[in-house]
Design a protein around this ligand. Structure first.
Ligand SMILES: [Zn+2]
Length: 125
Protein backbone atom coordinates (compact mmCIF):
# COMPACT_ATOMS: atom_id res chain seq x y z
CA UNK A 1 0.00 0.00 0.00
CA UNK A 2 2.71 2.47 1.03
CA UNK A 3 4.85 1.29 -1.88
CA UNK A 4 1.94 1.90 -4.27
CA UNK A 5 1.47 5.44 -2.91
CA UNK A 6 5.20 6.13 -3.28
CA UNK A 7 5.10 4.79 -6.85
CA UNK A 8 2.11 7.03 -7.67
CA UNK A 9 3.82 10.07 -6.14
CA UNK A 10 6.99 9.33 -8.10
CA UNK A 11 4.96 9.04 -11.30
CA UNK A 12 3.20 12.35 -10.55
CA UNK A 13 6.63 13.99 -9.97
CA UNK A 14 7.99 12.60 -13.24
CA UNK A 15 4.95 13.81 -15.21
CA UNK A 16 5.06 17.22 -13.49
CA UNK A 17 8.80 17.55 -14.14
CA UNK A 18 8.33 16.70 -17.81
CA UNK A 19 5.49 19.20 -18.21
CA UNK A 20 7.43 21.81 -16.24
CA UNK A 21 10.55 21.30 -18.36
CA UNK A 22 8.60 21.61 -21.62
CA UNK A 23 6.70 24.66 -20.29
CA UNK A 24 9.88 26.28 -18.97
CA UNK A 25 11.66 25.81 -22.31
CA UNK A 26 8.80 27.15 -24.41
CA UNK A 27 7.39 30.01 -22.28
CA UNK A 28 8.65 32.72 -19.98
CA UNK A 29 7.20 31.08 -16.85
CA UNK A 30 9.49 29.32 -14.41
CA UNK A 31 10.03 25.57 -13.95
CA UNK A 32 8.66 25.68 -10.37
CA UNK A 33 5.42 27.40 -11.45
CA UNK A 34 4.74 24.75 -14.08
CA UNK A 35 5.72 21.99 -11.67
CA UNK A 36 3.37 23.16 -8.89
CA UNK A 37 0.43 23.79 -11.24
CA UNK A 38 0.77 20.46 -13.06
CA UNK A 39 1.11 18.61 -9.71
CA UNK A 40 -2.06 20.26 -8.35
CA UNK A 41 -3.93 19.52 -11.60
CA UNK A 42 -2.88 15.87 -11.44
CA UNK A 43 -4.07 15.56 -7.84
CA UNK A 44 -7.42 17.15 -8.73
CA UNK A 45 -7.79 14.94 -11.80
CA UNK A 46 -6.97 11.72 -9.93
CA UNK A 47 -9.24 12.71 -7.03
CA UNK A 48 -12.23 12.87 -9.41
CA UNK A 49 -11.03 9.87 -11.41
CA UNK A 50 -10.80 7.73 -8.26
CA UNK A 51 -14.18 8.98 -7.03
CA UNK A 52 -15.81 7.91 -10.29
CA UNK A 53 -14.05 4.51 -10.22
CA UNK A 54 -15.14 3.96 -6.60
CA UNK A 55 -18.72 4.95 -7.47
CA UNK A 56 -18.87 2.58 -10.46
CA UNK A 57 -17.36 -0.25 -8.41
CA UNK A 58 -19.90 0.31 -5.64
CA UNK A 59 -22.77 0.24 -8.14
CA UNK A 60 -21.45 -3.02 -9.62
CA UNK A 61 -21.12 -4.60 -6.17
CA UNK A 62 -24.64 -3.53 -5.21
CA UNK A 63 -26.04 -5.02 -8.42
CA UNK A 64 -24.10 -8.23 -7.80
CA UNK A 65 -25.47 -8.42 -4.25
CA UNK A 66 -29.00 -7.86 -5.57
CA UNK A 67 -28.55 -10.62 -8.16
CA UNK A 68 -27.26 -12.97 -5.46
CA UNK A 69 -30.23 -12.20 -3.21
CA UNK A 70 -32.64 -12.78 -6.10
CA UNK A 71 -30.93 -16.07 -6.88
CA UNK A 72 -31.19 -17.10 -3.24
CA UNK A 73 -34.94 -16.41 -3.36
CA UNK A 74 -35.46 -18.97 -6.09
CA UNK A 75 -35.63 -22.72 -5.73
CA UNK A 76 -35.16 -25.53 -8.17
CA UNK A 77 -37.60 -28.41 -8.11
CA UNK A 78 -37.59 -31.71 -9.94
CA UNK A 79 -41.00 -32.11 -11.51
CA UNK A 80 -42.52 -34.40 -14.11
CA UNK A 81 -43.75 -33.11 -17.46
CA UNK A 82 -47.56 -33.23 -17.77
CA UNK A 83 -47.25 -34.80 -21.21
CA UNK A 84 -44.31 -37.25 -21.32
CA UNK A 85 -43.95 -37.69 -17.52
CA UNK A 86 -40.18 -37.25 -17.71
CA UNK A 87 -38.44 -35.27 -14.99
CA UNK A 88 -37.46 -31.62 -15.50
CA UNK A 89 -35.42 -29.34 -13.31
CA UNK A 90 -37.51 -26.18 -12.96
CA UNK A 91 -36.61 -22.94 -11.24
CA UNK A 92 -39.47 -21.75 -9.07
CA UNK A 93 -40.01 -18.10 -8.25
CA UNK A 94 -43.02 -17.51 -6.03
CA UNK A 95 -43.64 -14.00 -7.34
CA UNK A 96 -43.87 -15.06 -11.00
CA UNK A 97 -45.73 -17.59 -13.09
CA UNK A 98 -43.49 -20.60 -13.47
CA UNK A 99 -44.16 -21.91 -16.95
CA UNK A 100 -41.54 -24.17 -18.41
CA UNK A 101 -40.88 -26.06 -21.63
CA UNK A 102 -40.17 -29.76 -21.20
CA UNK A 103 -36.54 -30.64 -21.96
CA UNK A 104 -37.61 -33.95 -23.48
CA UNK A 105 -40.79 -33.40 -25.53
CA UNK A 106 -40.81 -29.57 -25.73
CA UNK A 107 -44.36 -29.38 -24.35
CA UNK A 108 -45.21 -26.13 -22.60
CA UNK A 109 -46.10 -26.78 -18.98
CA UNK A 110 -47.57 -24.52 -16.36
CA UNK A 111 -46.74 -25.04 -12.72
CA UNK A 112 -49.51 -25.24 -10.16
CA UNK A 113 -48.11 -24.59 -6.72
CA UNK A 114 -50.18 -25.63 -3.74
CA UNK A 115 -49.39 -25.19 -0.10
CA UNK A 116 -50.67 -27.53 2.58
CA UNK A 117 -50.26 -27.39 6.28
CA UNK A 118 -49.25 -30.22 8.55
CA UNK A 119 -49.40 -30.58 12.29
CA UNK A 120 -46.01 -31.13 13.78
CA UNK A 121 -45.95 -33.80 16.42
CA UNK A 122 -43.44 -34.31 19.12
CA UNK A 123 -42.29 -37.71 20.22
CA UNK A 124 -41.97 -37.91 23.98
CA UNK A 125 -39.45 -40.31 25.35
ZN1 LIG B 1 -42.35 -33.75 -21.71
Amino acid sequence: MTLQILKSLLLVCIVSSTIAYIGYKNTSKSFVEFFIISTILQFVFFYFYNSIIAYVTRLKLEKQNLDTIQLMNTNNVLIDCSSCKKTNNVRVVLTESNDFVCEHCKTENGLDIQFNTITKTKIYE
